[in-house]
Write a protein that binds this ligand. Structure first.
Ligand code: HEM
Length: 394
């Protein structure tokens, strides 16, 4: 339940308070018991408040948040007095809970360590109970219900304050996770972009400075620049595609040509042999061709990185029960079983290069294109990804 604290509305908080009331067995009788000692306790509240701030003064970590001098202390004494009076008289309705929650939240905002609100409440509790005992003229047993109800009431108020701290804790954790993710993506993108940029820089340097550039050499460098601009563009496109994946525009697509194009655009080293097995009657699939291109481009790049020493990349197409499957199998390093379940998670990568978006992106695209991505691997032997797509009718 506390997991929701960060996103709770006033109504949620009130419902939660009522639930906690039921949990501790709080009833209207408890409210009456507390109400019956309001007048008795009232003259003792101001000294209690004085004692409260005197104690704050004695603890440097608590005192630290009191930045407004004597004026602030005087004002806070007034607010604490009002807080105590409302505690004793209620009513314990939605507005009560909301006001208490805001007081708790104020302490979170000023950076007061939670232990001080806890111990300060404990000190208030002792003060209130001692005052009650002293002021009570009758027999001790008769005051027991008021004592018990007062204790329960303070516990409920403490729960509200703790919720405020919990909400902040969850917010902070969420922010930290987001920052970590941004750092990770940023680092990965920087790494991925630096490579093509370095190649481009080298080629530009050649073109600007070569004494007698042959037309062949010039053309080669221009091609390299073009190729690496495309690579850098691909990194950025993958990221923005991931951040804002458009709704696919489904149409019949010849998967074979998409695959062969992906291989062409993402060249493989000479040491990697490419083999295709396309049945002649492979039906077209229903997909967004632009998005499907991203899927296969990522699988080709992934295979290329899995086979640094070369190998074979095999594409096998197969039609089965209204679906078309394309298996993309490499003979690379393979993926250890402990990573296999996670390789399609965003930002999960086992490679020195790469930001861990490629496979996650492929899976996200296939999900939206009525398809799926499967993976099987044997470390040392290779990995096979299976792209499943819906066959286009007719
Ligand atoms: C459970 C114990 C506590 C209760 C019931 C309590 C009560 C209050 C109340 C009612 C306010 C006014 C909130 C508002 O209207 O904005 C407040 C604010 C504040 N409290 Fe407490 N407080 C507690 C513990 C502490 C402790 C231990 C300190 C230690 C220094 C502290 C320091 C402050 C400060 C600095 C403010 C902000 C004042 C401002 O906005 O200028 N409180 N507290």
């Amino acid at each position: 339940m506390t997991g929701q604290a960060a996103t709770m509305t006033p109504d949620d908080r009130y419902r939660r308070y009522q639930d906690l009331q039921r949990y501790v067995g709080w009833t209207d009788d408890d409210a009456r018991h507390v109400g019956s000692v309001v007048d008795l306790l009232d003259p003792h509240l101001a000294p209690l408040v004085d004692d409260f701030y005197a104690e704050v003064e004695r603890h440097p970590d608590a005192r630290r948040v009191m930045t407004g001098g004597p004026d602030q202390v005087a004002r806070l004494k007034g607010t604490l007095l009002a807080w105590l009076r409302e505690l004793l008289s209620g009513p314990y309705d939605r507005e009560y809970v909301e006001r208490r929650w805001r007081v708790g939240w104020r302490h979170v905002e000023i950076g007061l360590d939670q232990v001080y609100t806890n111990t300060a409440l404990s000190r208030l509790r002792r003060g209130l109970l001692d005052a009650l005992d002293r002021a009570w003229a009758g027999d001790a047993a008769a005051v027991a219900p008021a004592r018990r109800s007062l204790n329960t009431l303070l516990d409920l108020d403490l729960a509200i304050i703790e919720d405020a701290y919990q909400a902040e804790y969850l917010n902070r954790r969420r922010r930290a996770e987001r920052m970590a993710a941004i750092g990770q993506v940023g680092g990965g993108v920087a790494h991925e972009l630096r490579n093509p940029l370095n190649v481009i820089k080298t080629s530009v340097y050649y073109l600007l400075n070569a004494r007698n550039p042959t037309p062949d050499k010039t053309a080669e460098h221009l091609r390299r620049i073009e190729q690496h601009v495309a690579l850098a563009d691909g990194v950025i496109t993958a990221l923005s595609d991931f951040a804002r994946m458009p709704v696919p525009d489904l149409e019949p697509v010849a998967v074979r040509s998409v695959v062969e194009e992906a291989v062409e655009v993402n060249p493989l080293p000479a040491a990697v042999r490419v083999a295709y097995e396309w049945p002649p009657d492979l039906p077209p699939v229903l997909a967004d061709p632009d998005q499907l291109r991203i899927v296969f481009a990522n699988l080709v790049r992934n295979a290329r990185e899995a086979m640094p020493a070369g190998g074979t990349l095999t594409f096998v197409g197969r039609a089965a029960g209204g679906q078309v499957e394309v298996t993309v199998a490499d003979t690379g390093v393979g993926i250890p079983a402990e990573h296999l379940g996670r390789v399609m998670e965003p930002l999960y990568t086992t490679k020195a290069r790469g930001i861990g978006l490629g496979l996650a992106l492929a899976r996200a695209i296939l999900d939206k294109n009525r398809g799926a991505l499967g993976v099987a691997s044997r470390p040392g032997e290779g990995t096979a990804f299976t792209v499943r797509l819906t066959a286009a009718a007719g």
